[in-house]
Design a protein around this ligand. Structure first.
Ligand SMILES: Nc1nc2c(c(=O)[nH]1)N[C@H]1C(S)=C(S)[C@@H](COP(=O)(O)OP(=O)(O)OC[C@H]3O[C@@H](n4cnc5c(=O)[nH]c(N)nc54)[C@H](O)[C@@H]3O)O[C@H]1N2
Ligand SMILES: Nc1nc2c(c(=O)[nH]1)N[C@H]1C(S)=C(S)[C@@H](COP(=O)(O)OP(=O)(O)OC[C@H]3O[C@@H](n4cnc5c(=O)[nH]c(N)nc54)[C@H](O)[C@@H]3O)O[C@H]1N2
Ligand code: SF4
Ligand SMILES: [Mo]
Length: 890
């Protein structure tokens, strides 16, 4: 017997439906929900590995005050008293909440209500500021509302899909797969990828525009001008439904009329630009997808509007198969926008600056206050913590010590802050380290609530696991603190559906176009009377969802009416910009940051999965072979990367996907998984003046090979605390931890150091070792009850044994004599091949195995690889990499 629950994946904004099964023994498995309209049963590698990440290791299990276990009653009481006393002494703007697109709508709603309605400050901002805020601001400027016009179905109906600054193959893999399938069924569907890097997404591209970073707005201004010249203007649409076209076209004419000039600025060939412009102008059904390569700039909002302008000029919006489509990042980035999670928004898509909106929300909540001015946006909020203006901050479901730019400054701010509360499901993150109070939160599988995906679809996350320790839902923690602060009635929630119901009612409150009303796009008043059984049975629908329209809304702006006062969409005149950071002789390279396929953000959950950690085990810098040569970097060496802000050390990955002069480091590694790998410390906190979104994609850096005195690695069943190493990085393997280490100090007493590290003070340890003092090579192994517990290999260079066959030995329950000997000789026994880096995480198929089979069996298609090795036949996330193995030129 097993229990099956329909829920939603907690990772990206695709919002896939998941069926979680839990059997009598308590073991959990997941599969894609065939009935969910986002994924129709597909899951990517992260979704497919969800069962691996729900384990208890590392969880925060009880409330703590200054590191000491407290009861809920005392911890909540202490938090409430301390917040109250800071407010009494310094005013309501002296406290702040920093929340997250990974909270559920119910949590988010309660946090926003407490801060804006009852504490009376707008100092609540969210990590969506780092993610979606430029897209939000661009939509609001153009449409008068934060409305994503499109739906996933449009991807299948389009004839041209432009993916601008989106690595969907790794970041929205199920949408990528939907596009791939659409392309297969309809060979006329053209895909253009605009990205300075050659990403896995380019695998699908008919055209890849390897643009100069930060120049997309120029490319799209040039397109706007081109469309005018070709008379591809939808005159009827422009005259009836838009405003501001002349000024916008004037500017484009002045700054982007010449194809040559655009080509030079964007670093592209004129012929390539012409091809793209021709495709766009000739194809009616165009969807332009945009993501962080567009948003994360000090002019990300203008980037977004440059794209939207082209869709307005051609009237390609509000109809099937077309529109400007921002893919949201987090599972509930969209839900956060609905409840006013951003410091300049109010609940239900209303704005702080609008008097009528303020009154409406105040009346509905019957609250003592509504702030009259917007609160501080994420980066400014942490600056105000640093100066001491903000004295208390409550951080929920985000890890700002890693994810904000200028992370050393952020850590300093948290260190200085008088009172830091952190609500997290994990005990040890780079941020919980600064918590005066740590609240243990429930997480995926335990919590109940709703999330909204990139196409405005609201889905349920449902609990199917028991809650460990004393963890509680985030909404419960916030409501309890609110009640202890004296707001008993307004936060008297017992169940999440009550919060959702209130949120739904607010969305419909005076939401009319008559004199008393203020018409808003966001309306889910169809749920205003929802009860618990209905909430439990909720189907995934797209808002608006009203009583007249109970099945939701596929597409927005179908009638050409927008939410600006005039009812018309606005063309936004976009000036020409340069990135804030400038390359120089000292810092000659451009650093781009972003994501890898199998890790989620700061790795607190995906880092627990051996399956997901197998794909890329160590932090790296990707760079072009010519740059590697110029700066003296050899493949796989350690590299010191320095910017004006800081320094880190990562592994070199010399590859053909980077342009010259451009390097890439992922955003994921933190202090739990590396000694010195947080990329945020290299970045300056420069933001877009409109949206407040930081410039994550462009920082001037220099690189240098780091030559340590020794290199080494450790495999261990137990987690270790590394000392004596100037470089370390750890990743999860099956039943073990893998450490890569290096040190600057010449080797001392290896035997003693190694034994101490691996055995601590354990008695009854069998320790075997080999030491070649002339060559500085050392090998040691701890054997316990006949099995290999841990082993360490040190040498003066990178000529160390392969790791994978040793990892296989660690999995064995007992070692044979020849296996023991092989550890000390550092050579695998015959017949124990090294599978190499894991490419297919579902079936654990490594690079060496793949290369070997491809060569020996002459495999020429992904399907053939699937038949031979099963690789690529489950979630499909590795298919782009498999294709590149078969055809390296692509
Ligand atoms: N595996 C995985 N998936 C995720 C996440 C994760 O952590 N891991 N996070 C989720 C979240 S919150 C988000 S926001 C999304 C982000 O999803 P994406 O935006 O697709 O991801 P990124 O890797 O940040 O950046 C996308 C691409 O922008 C490119 N880029 C950089 N500069 C420029 C430029 O000037 N112009 C253009 N056109 N492109 C440029 C980068 O090279 C990169 O390939 O992913 C979501 N999905
Ligand atoms: N250099 C660089 N930096 C970036 C980016 C980039 O492209 N480059 N991208 C930015 C973007 S788009 C984003 S979205 C951010 C993301 O950055 P973060 O939000 O900081 O990253 P996460 O690791 O997702 O943090 C979520 C935290 O919430 C915890 N958590 C999980 N579930 C729950 C729950 O149910 N309740 C509570 N209370 N806690 C929970 C997790 O353990 C984790 O500590 O990073 C940004 N930073
Ligand atoms: S694409 Fe992957 S990470 Fe995103 S929601 Fe679907 S299964 Fe989860
Ligand atoms: Mo994001």
């Amino acid at each position: 017997m097993s229990l099956e629950v329909q829920t939603t994946c907690p990772y990206c904004g695709v919002g896939c439906g998941v069926i979680a099964s839990i059997n009598d023994a308590g073991s959990v498995s997941v599969k894609g929900d065939p009935a969910h309209p986002a994924n129709f049963s597909r899951l990517c590698s992260k979704g497919a590995a969800l069962a691996d990440t729900i384990g208890m290791d590392g969880r925060a299990l009880y409330p703590e005050v200054d590191g000491i276990e407290y009861s809920w009653e005392h911890a909540l009481g202490y938090a409430a008293r301390k917040l109250r006393s800071i407010i009494d002494e310094h005013g309501s703007d002296s406290i702040a909440f920093y929340v997250s697109g990974q909270l559920m709508t119910e949590d988010y709603y309660v946090a926003n209500k407490l801060m804006k309605g009852f504490i009376g400050s707008a100092n609540i901002d969210t990590n969506s500021r780092l993610c979606m805020s430029s897209a939000v601001a661009a939509y609001k400027r153009a449409f008068g509302s934060d409305t994503v016009p499109c739906c996933y179905d449009d991807l299948e109906r389009a004839k041209l899909i432009v993916l601008a600054g989106s690595n969907a193959a790794w970041c929205h893999p199920v949408l990528y797969q939907r596009i791939a399938k659409a392309k297969k069924q309809n060979p006329d569907l053209i895909v253009v990828v605009i990205d300075p890097r050659q990403t896995a997404t380019c695998d699908l591209a008919d055209q890849h525009l390897a643009i100069q970073p930060g120049t997309d707005h120029i490319l799209f201004k040039g397109l706007l001008h081109y469309l005018t010249q070709q008379d591809e203007v939808n005159h009827l649409f422009v005259s009836q439904f838009t405003e501001g076209v002349e000024a916008c076209l004037d500017e484009a004419r002045q700054s982007a009329a010449s194809l040559d000039a655009v080509a030079t600025r964007c670093g592209l060939a004129v012929s390539d630009i012409k091809r793209f412009y021709t495709l766009f102008s000739r194809t009616e059904r165009v969807v332009t997808v945009f993501s962080q390569g567009i948003n994360q700039w000090s002019y990300g909002t203008d980037n977004g509007n440059a794209i939207i302008n082209c869709h307005l000029l051609t009237g390609r919006i509000g109809r099937p198969g077309m529109g400007p489509f921002s893919f949201t990042g987090q599972p509930n980035a969209m839900g956060g926008r609905e409840v006013g999670g951003l410091a300049n928004q109010l609940a239900a898509h209303m704005t702080v600056e609008n008097k009528q909106h303020r009154q409406l929300v105040k009346d509905f909540w019957d609250s003592p206050f509504i702030p009259e001015k917007a609160g501080l946006k994420a980066v400014d909020l942490f600056k105000a913590i640093h100066t001491g203006k903000i004295k208390a901050v409550w951080i929920m479901a985000t890890n700002p010590a890693v994810s904000l730019p200028d992370s050393s400054f952020v850590r300093e701010a948290l260190d200085k802050c008088e009172f830091v509360i952190v609500s997290d499901c994990m005990r040890n993150t780079d941020t919980t380290r600064y918590a005066n109070i740590l609240f243990p939160a429930q997480t995926w599988g335990e919590r109940d609530g709703t999330v909204t995906n990139s196409e405005r679809r609201i889905s349920r996350q449902r609990a199917f696991l028991p809650t460990p320790g004393q963890a509680r839902p985030d909404w419960w923690i916030i409501a309890k603190v609110a009640q202890q602060m004296g707001y008993t009635e307004a936060f008297n929630y017992e169940r999440p559906f009550e919060i959702f119901k209130e949120h739904a009612a607010l969305s419909g409150y005076h939401n009319t176009s008559d004199k008393e009303g203020v018409q808003r796009d966001f309306d889910i008043s169809g749920y205003a009377d929802i009860d618990e059984p209905l909430y439990d049975a909720m189907r995934p629908l797209q808002w608006p969802i009203t009583k007249d329209n109970p099945d939701g809304t596929t597409r927005m702006f179908t009638d050409g009416r927008f939410f600006n006062t005039s009812g018309k969409a606005q063309f936004i005149t976009v000036k020409s910009h340069q990135p804030a950071s400038v390359t120089s002789e000292v810092y000659p390279l451009i650093l781009n940051t972003g994501r890898i396929r199998d890790q989620w953000h700061t790795m607190t959950r995906t880092g627990k999965s051996a399956r997901l950690s197998g794909h890329i085990q160590e932090n790296f810098i990707a760079l072009h072979a010519d740059d590697a040569k110029q700066y003296g970097i050899s493949e796989n060496s350690l590299v010191t990367v320095t910017s004006a802000k800081g320094q880190l050390v990562v592994r070199a990955n010399v590859c053909d996907s980077q342009q010259r002069g451009n390097v890439f480091i992922p955003m994921h590694w933190n202090d739990q998984f590396s000694g010195n790998g947080v990329v945020g410390k290299l970045l300056d906190a420069i933001v877009d003046p409109v949206s407040g979104q930081p410039e994550f994609k462009y920082t001037a850096v220099k690189i240098e090979e780091k030559i340590p005195a020794w290199y080494g690695f450790i495999l261990s069943r137990r987690k270790l605390k590394i000392s004596h190493a100037s470089y370390w990085s750890v990743s999860r393997g099956r039943g073990l931890w893998r450490y890569e280490v290096a040190g600057d100090e010449a080797a001392g007493d290896w035997a003693n150091c190694a034994r101490q590290l691996l055995c601590q003070n354990a008695s009854n340890v069998e320790w075997v070792e080999y030491f070649d003092s002339a060559q500085g090579r050392y090998r040691g192994a701890r054997i316990e009850n006949g099995h290999l517990e841990s082993c360490i290999f040190i040498g003066p260079d990178q000529d160390l044994p392969e790791r994978d066959w040793l990892a296989q030995l660690l999995e064995k329950e007992s070692l044979k004599e020849d296996e023991r000997i092989s550890i000390l000789t550092g050579k695998p026994l015959a017949g124990q091949p090294d599978v190499g880096r894991i490419i297919c995480s579902c079936f654990n198929v490594g690079l060496n195995t793949l290369k070997d089979r491809i060569e020996k069996q002459h495999l020429t298609t992904v399907e053939a690889i699937g038949v031979a090795l099963k690789a690529g036949t489950n979630c499909g996330s590795c298919v782009p990499e498999l294709k590149r193995l078969i055809n390296p030129a692509k």
